[in-house]
Structures are given as C-alpha cells and as structure tokens.
Write a protein that binds this ligand. Structure first.
Ligand SMILES: Nc1ncnc2c1ncn2[C@@H]1O[C@H](COP(=O)(O)OP(=O)(O)OP(=O)(O)O)[C@@H](O)[C@H]1O
Ligand SMILES: [Mg+2]
Length: 505
C-alpha cells in the first residue's frame, strides 16, 4: 500500500425521483488498500458503486481513476479499466453451469463451440482457491444454495483478475469458515498483486480484520474517511446512525412456561441427502437457533419441516399432534410461517408496492369478512410495520425494487409477521440489515417468543446466535454436532463445532 490515490470520488451527487440518494460525496481510495464503505440501510453505498460501475449516471460530480475522468466509461466496458464488481444482487445465469458463469464473457471455445472441459478446469481451479472441493464447476447454477452462488460470484471476479475489486456485501450469506477463506484470498491478492478493494459490509467486526481505511455514509452524505486504526466500533456506529446503539444486549429469557411443553418435536428427520437423521424439540417461548457452515443443511432442515421439501424419513409433532407437511400452504394453515433465505426468489414481488408486499401474506386475514381487502386497513398495517422496522422508503406506494437491499429484506420480514402464526421460521433474518435494523428484528423475534410463540432461526452469524437465542443447535454436514445453551456458549466453541470438531477434545 502506498499513498497514491488510485480512485477519487469528487462531489458525487445522485437524485432518483423523490430521493436524493447521494449528496456531494468526495473521498479517495489509495492504491493497494482495502477501503470499507459503511452506512445504514439506504445510506447510498450501492448507489455509489453502481455509479462507479456506470450502471447509473450521476446527477453531478466526477470519478477519477489514476487522475483521469471515468466519465467516458460505460457499464459495458468498465471491466477494461481493471475494475470488477460483485453486486449485492447475485447475478448468475441460472440455466448455465458454474463454469459458464465463472467464465462469463471469457468463454473458451473450440471452433464455434464452447470447450466445456477446458472451462470447467479453469473455473474449478479458481473455485478451489476459495474452498477446495466445495463447488463442482460442472453443476448448474440454479442447483446451488445462496451461499454457493455468492462464492461463484466471488470466483468469477477473481478469475477476471481485476486491479480494483468492488464487493457489495460479499459475506452476508457466508459463515465464519467461508469468510476466513475469502479474507485469506483478499490478503493474498493484496500481497501478490497489490490489488485495491472497496468493501461493503454490515458486519463491523469484519472491517477490523480486512480493511485498511473506511468511509462512512449517512443519508447520502459522507461523514468520515479515515484509517481503520483511527476509529473505534462505537464511533463507527455513531457516525453511521447519528447515535449510539447497544449491540451487546442479550436476549432476556424467557416466556412464562418456557421449557414445559415442546411446540415442535422432531424425530429422526432426514431428507435422505443433505441432512439427518436429526432429533430436537423446540419449546413455546423459545428462540431456537440453528447454525452451521455453508452446506451444513440448515435451510434444508427448516424447509422440510415447513413442507417446501420432502422428508425421506422421520416424524414431526406440533403441540403433541402428528404433523405431516404437504406444502407451504398446508404449513401456513397449520400456523407456521417461514421467512425464506433467498428473498429475491421467494421474498418480495419487485414491482409491487411496499404496502402490497407487506399485506400479501395476510390478504386473507384482512379480507375475512368476505369483502375486498380494504386499502385503508392494508395501509394501517403496512405503515405500522414500516415504522417499527424503520423501513426507508419514499412512501407506502413505492415499488419495492426501488428500495435499498437491506430495506427490501425488511419488507419481506414485515410481510411474514402480519400473519398470526404459532411457529416462526426465520432463515438468516438479518442478512444485509444494518446494526439498528438488527436490533429491531431481535426485538420483534423476542416479542414473539414472549407471547409464547416458538421461533426457529437459522443464522451463520455467531454473534447473532449467541445474542438472540435461548439455545443453539450446531449442524455439521447435516448432523447435529452440539446443542448449547446460549447463556453459557462461547464463540470459539461454535466455531469448532461448525468445523466438525468436538468440544473438550
Ligand atoms: N433505482 C432507484 N430508484 C429510486 N430510488 C433508488 C434507486 N436505487 C436506490 N434508490 C434509493 O436510494 C437510496 C440509497 O439506496 P442504496 O441502495 O444505495 O442504499 P445502500 O446504502 O446500499 O443500503 P443497503 O445497506 O440496504 O444495501 C435509498 O433510499 C433507495 O431507496
Ligand atoms: Mg446496498
């Protein structure tokens, strides 16, 4: 790293209809540094990097690369300037193989045909640099989990060998061991090739591990640019949020009657391939956390209980009565709710307004008298949730696609809360959500538990598991590796278990 400015944002201003997303933002990124870009949901981070990517044309201001204006660059040719992007919305061609996705635009051909063997070999090498043997380059993108897709996007950018790599929340779907793998690759690229990176994340502890410098945006304005060792976490949070937020408060247990009666009993459950057989109980008033590395089977497990996947063996009971899930609708009628992990596919309807998205699940409830849903009622419910979760939107009628990534996540979260369920499944509920939003979501989850509902949360974030739950089940390769009490569990223990180790070994 040296002191030359490689990239300079100078007075960047961006207006969308009704939203002033960036206000006169200026800062420099030095050659060879990892520069973190921080800010609350909707602060303008993705907008800024999309301007760098030339996806958006700024309203005012200029970006300089090595002192030269980037104004002439286009979204089509920006890679020729040595800049590559991993966007927040994972952009894989689902019908292509992993290899085709990794080499997109750099395809190897044999005559007029793709040389699949050569492509698979090259892609596999790049993928194995991240996590050896974890993803088969020949598989189809649509068969991958969200975390695997994220890794493929990372591999694709690495393959292109850029001078500047921009990563918009690359770790939001990864657990500790995959994050470590990514960070060692970035470290190596820095040392060997003096690569420069712009790094966006809501996981602040990562900033101290990977970044050299940082810039904080708040409501579209730059608040601070400094070296990472010149600022504390507390100060970062204050500059992002404009106030201090306690991020250490643990969940206070427990609902009356907790531990007496299981709401959900799982025995010998298996889908025959990714997980099982597994046994556990979840009590009323409990927040039961399931954690584990990518590929450990967390998502598959809860999706099977919910009826999104078929069980191969095992039995389930809800409130002591047999439960044989047939479909998500069947589950919903049995008062189960699931907030899915892949919110892009299963979550928001992009063209629907925030109001419509929130009321989607509860339409039936709102229209129980047989009349058409009253827009007034819909509005009331939506407005309440928008406030409770501080969803940043120009209005209730704004189409969801215009919201920032984190705010879209909040809309999905809100949408599943409106129904009145007994058992809630949240698959990675705080992915992409800022520090304040996380606290709001924990409050809501705890509120449900206090009402005597059961909440099952999958998370790859250990801090979240420890803070927000009553008990933590760790999965490794589809099997239970440990069941810990969140009061007494510690991070190292979780890490060890998720990697397949045994405590006290
Ligand atoms: N295409 C668009 N049209 C209208 N408004 C937009 C558009 N893209 C972004 N915005 C608005 O600009 C603001 C900044 O959004 P941006 O996506 O840059 O936030 P962010 O900092 O990346 O947040 P997050 O952490 O949630 O991803 C938000 O208020 C958002 O609603
Ligand atoms: Mg964003």
């Amino acid at each position: 790293m040296n002191d030359t400015s490689l990239l300079e944002f100078s007075g960047i201003d961006m207006r969308f209809p009704g939203v002033h997303a960036l206000k006169n933002v200026s800062f420099e990124v030095k050659e060879g540094e990892v520069h973190a870009l921080l800010g609350a949901n909707g602060a303008g981070k993705s907008t800024l990097i999309k301007i760098l990517a030339r996806v958006y044309q700024q309203t005012d201001g200029e970006i300089f690369l090595n002192g030269k204006s980037l104004n002439a660059a286009t979204a089509q040719n920006i890679r020729q300037y040595g800049i590559d992007f991993i966007f927040q919305e994972l952009e894989l061609v689902s019908s292509f193989t992993v290899a085709q996705n990794v080499l997109l635009g750099d395809e190897v051909t044999k005559g007029a045909l793709l040389n699949h063997r050569e492509m698979s070999k090259k892609a596999q090498e790049t993928l194995d640099q991240l996590i050896p043997g974890f993803i088969d380059a020949r598989s189809l993108a649509r068969d991958l989990t969200v975390a695997q897709q994220q890794l493929v996007c990372i591999a694709r950018s690495l393959y292109r060998n850029p001078k500047i790599l921009v990563l918009d929340e690359p770790t939001s779907r990864l657990s500790s061991s995959e994050v470590d793998a990514l960070f060692s690759v970035i470290d190596r690229l820095k040392k060997e090739r003096n690569i420069t990176a712009i790094y966006i994340s809501h996981r602040l502890e990562e900033i101290y591990r990977i970044a050299d410098a940082l810039t904080v945006l708040r409501d579209g304005e730059k608040v601070v640019t400094c070296k990472v060792n010149e600022i504390t976490t507390k100060e970062i949070i204050r500059s992002m949020m404009g106030k201090e937020i306690d991020v250490t408060k643990k969940m206070e247990n427990l609902a009356p009657g907790y531990g007496e009666k299981p709401a959900l009993e799982v025995r010998g459950l298996s889908d025959g391939k990714t997980f099982g057989p597994i046994d556990f109980d979840v009590f009323k008033g409990e927040v039961f956390c399931i954690t584990g590395a990518v590929g450990s089977g967390k998502t598959e497990l809860i999706e099977t209980i919910f009826g999104l996947r078929k069980a191969a063996s095992g039995t389930l009971k809800i409130n002591g009565k047999d439960w044989v899930p047939k479909s998500p609708l069947h589950a919903k009628n049995r008062k189960l709710s699931l907030v899915p992990e892949d919110r892009r596919l299963n979550g928001v309807v992009y063209d629907f307004s925030v109001r419509k998205n929130i009321s989607l699940v509860s339409l039936k409830k709102l229209s129980r008298f047989g009349f058409v849903v009253s827009v007034k009622k819909e509005k009331e419910v939506a407005q309440k949730l928008v406030e409770e979760l501080s969803i940043k939107t120009a209005g209730l009628e704004t189409a969801s696609k215009f919201l920032s990534g984190g705010n879209q996540q909040k809309v999905v979260f809100a949408k599943w809360l409106v129904g009145n369920s007994e058992i809630y499944f949240f698959d990675e509920p705080t992915v992409g959500i800022d520090v304040k939003g996380k606290e709001e979501i924990y409050e809501i989850i705890h509120g449900l538990a206090k009402e005597g509902k059961s909440v099952i949360v999958t998370t790859s974030d250990f801090d979240e598991a420890l803070r927000a739950s009553t008990r933590i089940m760790v999965l490794f390769a589809g099997k239970e590796k440990g069941l810990l009490d969140s009061e007494t569990a510690v991070k190292d223990e979780l890490l060890l278990l998720t990697m397949g180790g045994k405590v006290n070994e």
